[in-house]
Design a protein around this ligand. Structure first.
Ligand code: TXA
Ligand code: MG
Length: 350
């Protein structure tokens, strides 16, 4: 049985937090909100709890997890060499949607890091998450609270849909604020490298660090770390993503949608408010992500909209990207992953 308990996102009830922390200390599994997506929490230093965590998600042991902390003093217990920029980054961006990859301490179980010599750590910006980590008194391993390979959850209902009866408790604090996962930054390389673009934009990191490298899915290449398989965050319905310069996306979106409809497919579109008029006369289902001027809104709607379209029995979902600036990079990454690499690229006119 999975219990769901409502909790105030700003002032979490201490009794509820204490009960949830007790479950974690006993090796149980508790789903909780962060500012990005819902996480599935387990005691990050307890191998038995980690085993349960991987089993509940159906996650292969080759996929390392993020350890969540609530204070900076915990960082040296998990990471061995902490280069000076870490303290600057932590001061600027923690708590927040930034995960740092650093050399690991021996105390961190191999299961948490998939046997890698590095560990991923983040301090989430959500009062419920922070209170829970503090009450548990241990770093909390928390992958997104979905079955492995599914779309990440931004509400407690999404968590329940995927993990009902596989976990002990869900803390329901309403929808998450950012809607895409944290930015994963590898600081063990000569040049700091974004392994997964996310809620903290590249530009914010570069303002502190200078140039950072990005593992860019639109420019495909070998995965830089385990657990970065391209087929991830996926809906059941086939998804195709349209990539290309902003001005040229809309006419192509229309033509490609029309083409699929003519082939007899039931088509869903994952698009911006501004695209609506261009496809208004087509017999397609539409999910609007928001205005293309509001990337934060698009990011927040991305996973819920994918889930909605996925439940309409369509043959195909066609989505468009939103460029590489700010949250656009994370949105593009998640779309390409959800599509399992099925992209249509509109080239710049030469
Ligand atoms: O926003 C988030 O980060 C959410 C919330 C719950 O905090 N968590 C999350 O966890 O997205 P998960 O397990 O779904 O994604 C973890 C990411 C993966 O891309 C994984 O490859 C990377 O972190 N990662 C973890 N440990 C790593 C390591 N030692 N080296 C490189 N990448 C690592
Ligand atoms: Mg995940």
């Amino acid at each position: 049985m999975t219990r769901v308990i409502s909790i105030d996102p700003e002032r979490p009830d201490p009794g509820t937090i204490a009960r949830a922390a007790e479950i974690l200390r006993a090796g149980g599994l508790v789903a909780f909100p962060t500012e990005t997506v819902y996480g599935l929490g387990a005691d990050g230093l307890n191998p038995k709890a980690l085993e349960r965590l991987f089993a509940a998600k159906g996650r292969p042991p080759t996929d390392p997890v993020i350890l969540h902390i609530a204070d900076l003093e915990t960082l040296p217990r998990l990471a061995r060499e902490i280069p000076p920029p870490v303290w600057t980054l932590a001061q600027r961006f923690w708590p927040g949607p930034l995960t740092l990859v650093l050399p690991k301490q021996p105390a961190v179980p191999d299961l948490a890091t998939a046997g890698l010599p590095t560990v991923a750590v983040r301090m989430p910006a959500h009062p419920v998450a922070l209170a829970l980590i503090r009450a548990a008194g241990t770093p909390i391993a928390a992958p997104s609270a979905n079955r492995f390979g599914h779309v990440s959850p931004t509400t407690a209902r999404h968590v329940l849909e995927d993990l009902e009866s596989r976990i002990d408790l869900i803390l329901d604090a309403g929808p998450t604020a950012i809607g895409v996962e944290s930015t994963v930054l590898d600081l063990t390389r000569p040049v700091p490298t974004i392994l997964r673009p996310g809620g903290l934009p590249r530009e914010a990191l570069e303002a502190v660090l200078g140039p950072v490298a990005v593992f860019d899915r639109a420019v495909a290449g070998p995965a830089p770390s385990p657990g970065m398989s391209p087929k991830h965050y996926a809906p059941r319905t086939e998804l195709v993503v349209l990539l290309g310069p902003k001005e040229r996306l809309r006419p192509h979106l229309r033509e490609i949608a029309r083409h699929y409809v003519q082939q007899g497919h039931r088509v869903g579109l994952l698009i911006a408010e501004e695209d609506r008029a261009a496809v208004a006369d087509l017999p397609v289902e539409v999910a609007i992500l928001g205005s293309e001027a509001d990337l934060a809104g698009i990011a927040r709607r991305l996973y819920p909209a994918l889930r909605e379209l996925d439940q309409r029995g369509l043959d195909l979902i066609l989505a468009r990207e939103f460029g590489a600036e700010g949250l656009g990079l994370a949105i593009r990454d998640r779309l390409i992953r959800a599509a399992g690499g099925r992209v249509i690229r509109i080239e710049e006119p030469s």
